[in-house]
Design a protein around this ligand. Structure first.
Ligand SMILES: [Zn+2]
Length: 275
């Protein structure tokens, strides 16, 4: 048996979180031209349409209506739906991705600053440990284990305070940039879309370089994800005038077509008798 394909319906998901938007449920009376938004039933109930997800809800006409009638369609408050709603959800997912980056860079910065502040103590500890390890493992003849531990401890001994400071400073800078991107994108600020696109494009050469050095699943996933984010931002958010340019107030549907009263069914053309 072929089941129909079920597509994700973002309007329904958002309505389940934020409740339906049914302007027809809030007014005192409905007029014939409101038939696309609400209809009064003979039993006293009212059918009101959600202007986000299009579901019709059976409600009781309000005892305390906000207004007598619905406003003209041009003035009706319609929440985001369709493409703008999907774009807003994608933008929030990118904001979450950036927030995760900010946390990782923040932790890294904290670790580097901690090592930088305690470098003297760490290096003297590593020095004592190195001597002990070399003594013990040489006696036991465990060459491979010894080499690994010695190389790690030598790395600690060779750490320079100046290098650590540069790394810590870079981690703090990335943490700040990613935090600003996350907050700006979550608040749907246009400048944050530009900042994210520029920062993501700026990171790409480093990510490609890292991938050339060594291919790991994480690096491949990060590169593909960041390229997808960059292309999506440039194209869907129409940055730098791409994809026809940005028109903030453009609505991707015709209000009259969508919420206007149903049109009467077309009458079949009268048949003309053959002469
Ligand atoms: Zn709804």
């Amino acid at each position: 048996m072929n089941l129909p394909l079920r597509h994700w319906h973002p309007e329904t998901s958002v309505c389940s979180l934020r409740r339906h938007v049914t302007p027809a449920a809030t007014v005192a009376r409905l007029r014939p031209e409101d038939a696309g938004l609400g209809v009064d039933l003979p039993d006293g109930r009212r059918l009101a349409r959600c202007v986000r997800c299009d579901v019709w809800l059976a409600v009781t006409p309000p005892a305390d209506p906000t207004t007598e009638t619905l406003p003209p369609l041009d003035e009706l408050e319609v929440p985001r739906r369709g493409r703008p709603l999907r774009d807003a959800i994608v933008l929030r997912l990118i904001a979450l991705d950036r927030a995760i980056h900010a946390v990782i860079f923040g932790l890294l910065a904290w670790l580097l600053i901690y090592i930088d502040l305690h470098l003297g103590g760490l290096q003297s500890g590593a020095h004592s440990l190195l001597q002990a390890v070399q003594r013990v493992l040489s006696n036991r003849g465990q060459q491979s284990s010894r080499d690994f531990i010695v190389s790690q401890l030598t790395n600690v001994l060779n750490l320079k305070a100046s290098t650590l400071s540069v790394l810590a400073g870079s981690a703090v800078a990335y943490c700040v940039v990613e935090s600003v991107e996350a907050v700006g994108l979550w608040l749907e600020q246009r400048w944050a879309e530009y900042l994210t696109a520029i920062a993501t494009a700026g990171f790409l050469p480093f990510e490609i370089r890292a991938l050339i050095d060594r291919v790991t699943v994480l690096r491949v996933v990060a590169l593909v994800l960041n390229m997808a984010i960059l292309v999506w931002l440039l194209w869907r958010k129409k940055l730098f005038g791409l994809n026809g340019g940005y028109h903030p107030k453009a609505e991707p549907f015709d209000r009259r077509e969508l919420f206007g009263p149903p049109r009467p069914a077309a009458q079949p053309a009268a048949s003309v008798p053959a002469p």
